[in-house]
Design a protein around this ligand. Structure first.
Ligand code: MN
Length: 272
């Protein structure tokens, strides 16, 4: 039995400046993921697509646990390593949620490598679940940069972990008890780097239908410049196993920092 009943929407667009869309996504129960590829000559698109292909093998299960996620990540890493072009290593971010169960109760198992983002919008508050693997995030953690300055920092596109791109960086995981009314947003930095979080929260609050919300978020990123590929996946929990049946989808507030083209620090790199 599915442990969370969901309604889902997704949208993606190359944006206004780029020829190729190197983002890929998966929005099928029980996996809701975004991958933002990097690497010249379309290697980024191939890398993000390869990762999604590996996770697609888990679609249709009632839930996926951390062992299943780690196994898929290992396969994804191997698949991406096979993609490199002429010495340029392909790479990709990965962020999102798997639906998992703990003692029969529905949970979100969030995963992150790189600077794509997973947020939860609940009780009117937008909360960033994932923590960016980026140079800027490290500087913020060290107290050397404020969130406001981070958005203008020239290093804002340098990530410190990726799948591929010469990175052996591990994924971070978070386990969160799901509640009916939760709205998960997974997005590439073409959204989070372009649109202030207050505006993202406002759209999640106002646009009830998840497909309409995803489409609207992508449009909003283009209105703000559309300098990067843009992907948004919106997942609403309608009913959660282990809870009394509920049915509300609400929304509300935020803070911010952000960017545009993602590249690995040190190793490899390049963009299309
Ligand atoms: Mn990007």
């Amino acid at each position: 039995m599915r442990v969370i009943d969901v309604r889902v929407g997704s949208a993606t667009h190359p944006g206004l400046r780029r020829r190729v869309n190197e983002d890929s996504h998966l929005a099928e129960y029980p996996l809701f993921l975004v991958a933002d590829g990097m690497g010249g000559h379309d290697a980024g698109a191939a890398a993000s697509a390869a990762v999604v292909t590996e996770f697609r093998g888990l679609v249709g299960r009632d839930s996926v646990g951390i062992d299943g996620m780690r196994a898929a990540l290992s396969r994804a890493r191997l698949a991406v390593e096979r993609i490199g072009h002429a010495g340029r290593a392909a790479g990709t971010t990965l962020s999102g949620v798997a639906i998992t169960q703990v003692d029969g109760n529905g949970h979100w198992l969030a995963v992150n490598v790189g600077d794509s983002r997973t947020y939860r919008f609940a009780d009117g508050e937008l909360e960033q679940i994932s923590v960016d693997h980026s140079v800027v995030q490290e500087l913020i953690d060290a107290g050397e940069l404020t969130g406001e300055a981070a958005g203008r920092d020239t290093r804002r596109n340098e990530i410190t972990r990726a799948i591929g791109a010469g990175s052996g960086g591990d994924a971070d995981f978070w386990l969160l008890a799901a509640e009916a009314g939760d709205r998960i947003l997974v997005c590439s930095d073409g959204l989070s780097g372009e649109v202030p979080e207050e505006r993202i929260a406002g759209i999640l609050r106002d646009v009830i239908d998840p497909q309409d919300a995803a489409t609207r978020l992508v449009h909003e990123a283009m209105l703000h410049g559309g300098r990067d590929n843009i992907t948004a996946v919106v997942v609403d929990a309608v009913r959660v196993a282990g809870q009394d049946d509920g049915d509300d989808t609400s929304p509300a507030a935020v803070t911010s920092d952000a960017d545009e083209d993602t590249r690995p620090r040190a190793a490899a790199g390049g963009d299309a």
